[in-house]
Design a protein around this ligand. Structure first.
Ligand code: AMP
Ligand code: MG
Length: 415
C-alpha cells in the first residue's frame, strides 16, 4: 500500500517515493465541460470521440482525370458520358465502355472503379485517348469510403490532448462541440520579504520575482488556469490568510520559497493551523526541500516548491505535471526519456538524482549527443533558457564521463 504524504516523516525521500506519495493528495477530479471546437486546442478529451460517419463519406477520386470501369482489353479511346465535380456527383450509372470527367474529391460514379489522371490523357470534347494503358492498375487513384475512419470506430481516445491534427480530425467528423476535462484551477504565490514584483524599484538586497512567471508559463503549457495571488511576505498570518483564500477558489495551491530549513517556520506555522502538511527532503538536485499537504475545509492539495528558480522548474516537471494529470482524471505517465551520449563530463552524486540542464543534438547517423549548459547553480535561470533537455543522473550514478550513455528528458515547451 502507498503511504500518504503524512506518514513519511522527515527521512530523505527518493524522487519516486515523493512522486508516489504526492499522488495520494488528489482524491477528486476537475470534471468535464463541453466547449466549441474552435476553443478546444490544447484541452484534454473527457470522453472517446466516436465517428458518426465514414471518413471519407463516399468512395472518391484522388486525382483529376476520368473515372471508368477498367476492362481487361486495355481500350485506349473512351467517349465521355458527363462530369463529376467535388460536391456534385454524376447522376446515374456510367454506361459500359464510357468514362466520366472527374475532379479530386468527387464521388466515384456508379459503375466505375478506376481513375486515370489528366496527365495520361489526350482530351477532346466528346472523348479521351489514354496514353500508356499498360501502366494502369484497376482501382488506382481512388480513396475508399471509410479508409481514414470507419463509422462507429473510436477516432480519438479519452485523455487525448487536442493538437492541430486532432482538431481537424474532430471537425472532419462533423462535431462543432467537444467534451473536455475542466481546466485545473491552480493558485500560485511567491513568498519572501526580498522578493519584488517586476516593474517596481529593486531595493538593495532584494530580488525580482521570477517564479510566478515561470509557473504561469509552465501551468499554461499544461492547460491549467492560473490564479495569481502575488507575493507574500515571510509572515505566518499573511501566508495563512492567503492559503485559506487560495484553497477556497482552486483545485491546487502552489507556492515557491519558504520551505528550506531556515525559512520553513513561516510556512509551517501557517499550514499547521489550517490543514495537514508534510515537509520533505527529496534526494534531488536542484529541489531538495519541498512541502505538501491538504489545506482548508475543502482539503485542497498544496505543494510548496523550493525558492530557487531552476529548482521550481525541475520540481514542477517531475511532481506538478503528474499531479495536474491526476486532477484531470488521468493515470500517471512517466516523463518522456531518451538516451544520449555525454559530450562533457557530468557531475552527480550517489544516492541523489541530479537534473543537469543540457543541450542535446542528433548527429548525421541519428545518434543523440548531449552536453551540459555550463554553470549548474539552482538560481541560474539562464541555464534553463539555454537548455533543451534535463540530463537525469539517477541515485545509482556518481556522474558520467564523456562517451557514456545518459538519460535525458527533452523539455517539451509546447503541448
Ligand atoms: P527560500 O527557499 O525562500 O529560502 O528561497 C531560496 C532562494 O530562492 C533564495 O535565494 C530566494 O531569494 C530565491 N527566491 C525565492 N523566491 C523567489 C522568486 N519568486 N523569484 C526568484 N527567486 C526567488
Ligand atoms: Mg524565502
Amino acid at each position: 500500500m502507498t503511504l500518504s504524504c503524512f506518514e513519511l516523516g522527515e527521512t530523505m525521500l527518493s524522487v519516486n517515493e515523493a512522486m508516489t506519495a504526492l499522488m495520494t493528495l488528489v482524491t477528486r477530479t476537475t470534471g468535464s465541460e463541453s466547449v466549441p471546437l474552435e476553443k478546444a486546442h490544447g484541452r484534454r478529451l473527457a470522453a472517446d470521440v466516436t465517428a458518426p460517419i465514414n471518413v471519407p463519406q463516399q468512395t472518391n477520386a484522388a486525382m483529376d482525370g476520368v473515372a471508368l470501369a477498367w476492362p481487361d482489353t486495355r481500350d485506349t479511346r473512351w467517349s465521355v458520358a458527363g462530369e463529376a465535380f467535388a460536391g456534385q456527383a454524376f447522376a446515374g450509372p456510367v454506361p459500359a465502355g464510357q468514362c466520366v470527367r472527374i475532379t479530386t474529391g468527387a464521388p466515384l460514379p456508379e459503375g466505375t472503379d478506376t481513375v486515370i489522371m489528366r496527365e495520361q490523357l489526350d482530351e477532346q470534347a466528346d472523348h479521351v485517348t489514354i496514353n500508356a494503358p499498360e501502366r494502369i492498375k484497376r482501382g488506382q487513384h481512388i480513396r475508399q469510403a471509410g479508409e481514414d475512419i470507419r463509422a462507429g470506430s473510436v477516432a480519438l481516445a479519452a485523455g487525448t490532448r487536442l493538437d492541430a491534427a486532432a482538431m481537424g480530425l474532430i471537425a472532419s467528423l462533423g462535431y462543432a462541440e467537444v467534451s473536455v476535462t475542466a481546466r485545473a484551477r491552480v493558485a500560485i504565490f511567491s513568498t519572501g520579504n526580498e522578493v519584488t514584483a517586476p516593474g517596481k524599484a529593486l531595493p538593495p538586497s532584494a530580488i525580482y520575482d521570477a517564479n510566478r512567471f515561470t509557473l504561469t508559463g509552465l501551468l499554461t503549457e499544461q492547460g491549467a488556469e492560473v490564479i495569481d495571488i502575488g507575493i507574500l511576505p515571510d509572515d505566518p498570518n499573511a501566508i495563512q490568510q492567503a492559503l485559506e483564500d487560495a484553497a477556497r477558489q482552486s483545485d491546487l495551491v502552489i507556492t515557491s520559497g519558504g520551505v528550506s530549513v531556515g525559512q520553513a517556520d513561516f510556512t509551517r506555522q501557517a499550514l499547521q493551523s489550517m490543514g495537514q502538511l508534510a515537509f520533505w527532503r527529496v534526494a534531488l538536485r536542484p529541489g531538495r526541500p519541498m512541502a505538501c499537504g491538504l489545506i482548508g475545509e475543502q482539503q485542497t492539495p498544496f505543494v510548496g516548491l523550493p525558492g530557487n528558480p531552476v529548482a521550481v522548474m525541475v520540481t514542477f516537471s517531475q511532481f506538478v505535471v503528474p499531479l495536474l494529470r491526476a486532477l484531470e482524471g488521468q493515470a500517471p505517465s512517466l516523463p518522456r526519456r531518451l538516451t544520449a551520449i555525454a559530450e562533457t563530463a557530468l557531475k552527480s552524486r550517489l544516492a541523489r538524482t541530479d537534473f543537469l540542464r543540457g543541450v542535446y543534438r542528433c548527429d548525421a547517423q541519428g545518434v543523440l549527443h548531449v552536453r551540459d549548459t555550463g554553470a549548474q547553480g539552482s538560481g541560474i535561470l539562464t541555464s534553463m533558457v539555454a537548455a533543451n533537455c534535463l540530463i537525469e543522473l539517477g541515485d545509482d550514478q556518481p556522474g558520467a564521463q564523456p562517451g557514456e550513455a545518459v538519460c535525458i528528458q527533452p523539455l517539451a515547451r509546447w503541448p
